[in-house]
Write a protein that binds this ligand. Structure first.
Ligand code: ADP
Ligand code: ZN
Length: 292
């Protein structure tokens, strides 16, 4: 089975062609520009390749309800050229094949569940901590949508006592994204996040906020695995700090060995690294073909 995969990010697009076993043979990366230009690259890449279906994991927010008018579009993105863009319809007009469609973070969660850190599990969540903060949810074998789709980057954490940064979310100021995204680190500390030393207090504060988000996620969704990806999580020293925050914050309330005994195996980096989204898009394409 030849399957197309598109990881549509706000900064770059990755397109790939693979098979149902999670082998990607061919790929291309290009920057996200005006949709007309970017989608021309996409269509040129897949033309005459003989893919049976294409899966898309897209930046958003996006329309994911097949019964709604905005299905298959990017809805309220600050990237104004893309706001309202009929992504799926553009693919449908060019190729008469099955199409899968979901958020980039839901795709990443699915990719990790199929071929990565959550392989063999029927539930996991995937957080990206990068330019923004996003959450993908895979539960009982399905990607969760609901009213819109999870947007846990905008929950409101309790403040760290040593943090007086106002936060950088244009909507909420000091929501999780406003306090813990890559840009928030750069604005708070006045230097690129990747240049902050390992021992800088920034990382304890970062873990304090992420720990709270994970506690909320554990208590509401009860995922079997939590995967933390995105540029900021390249700072591997964050993992033990986050583990400690989660254990401390739960304060013995939950008796699950995953938390009490092996939290370092429960809250983990993506096994697929920065390819989680692309593999997830491949899995979305496979599901679209299989489900007819
Ligand atoms: P995006 O979210 O745009 O898809 P990334 O997940 O790579 O892309 O996130 C980019 C953000 O991650 C930037 O704001 C940057 O500050 C941060 N970042 C990238 N690399 C690192 C690093 N090594 N350490 C800390 N922060 C990083
Ligand atoms: Zn916000």
């Amino acid at each position: 089975m030849k399957i197309g995969a598109i990881e549509a990010g706000g900064t770059k697009f990755v397109c790939g062609i693979g098979n149902e076993s999670g082998v990607i043979e061919d790929r291309i990366v290009f920057p996200t520009e005006h949709p007309d230009k970017t989608m021309k690259h996409v269509l040129d890449f897949f033309r005459d390749k003989g893919v049976e279906g294409i899966g898309v994991g897209s930046f958003g927010p996006i329309g994911v309800n097949p019964a709604a008018e905005d299905y298959g579009t990017i809805t309220t993105t600050p990237k104004s050229d893309w706001s309202g863009y009929p992504f799926l319809q553009t693919l449908r007009d060019a190729f008469n094949i099955r199409l899968g469609w979901d958020t980039d973070v839901n795709a990443a969660a699915l990719g990790e569940a199929e071929w990565g850190a959550a392989k063999g599990l029927d539930s996991c969540v995937y957080y990206t901590i990068g330019t923004g903060v996003g959450l993908g949810v895979y539960a009982e074998g399905r990607l969760v949508h609901g009213l819109v789709h999870p947007e846990a980057g905008h929950i409101l954490p309790r403040r760290h006592v040593d943090d007086d940064f106002a936060g950088c979310c244009p909507y909420h100021g000091d929501c999780l994204e406003g306090l813990a995204s890559g840009p928030s680190l750069e604005q708070r500390w006045g230097t690129k996040a990747r240049d902050l030393p390992v021992e800088h207090p920034a990382w304890r504060i970062e873990a304090y906020y992420l720990g709270q988000a994970l506690i909320g996620t554990i208590l509401t969704l009860s995922p079997k695995k939590i995967i933390l990806g995105g540029g900021v999580m390249h700072q591997k020293q964050l993992f033990p700090f986050i583990h400690a925050e989660v254990v401390k914050g739960l304060n013995g309330y939950l008796y699950a060995a995953e938390i009490t005994d092996h939290i370092e195996r429960y809250i983990v980096p993506p096994q697929l690294g920065s390819d989680a989204g692309l593999f997830g898009a491949l899995a979305l394409g496979r599901r679209a073909i299989e489900n007819g």
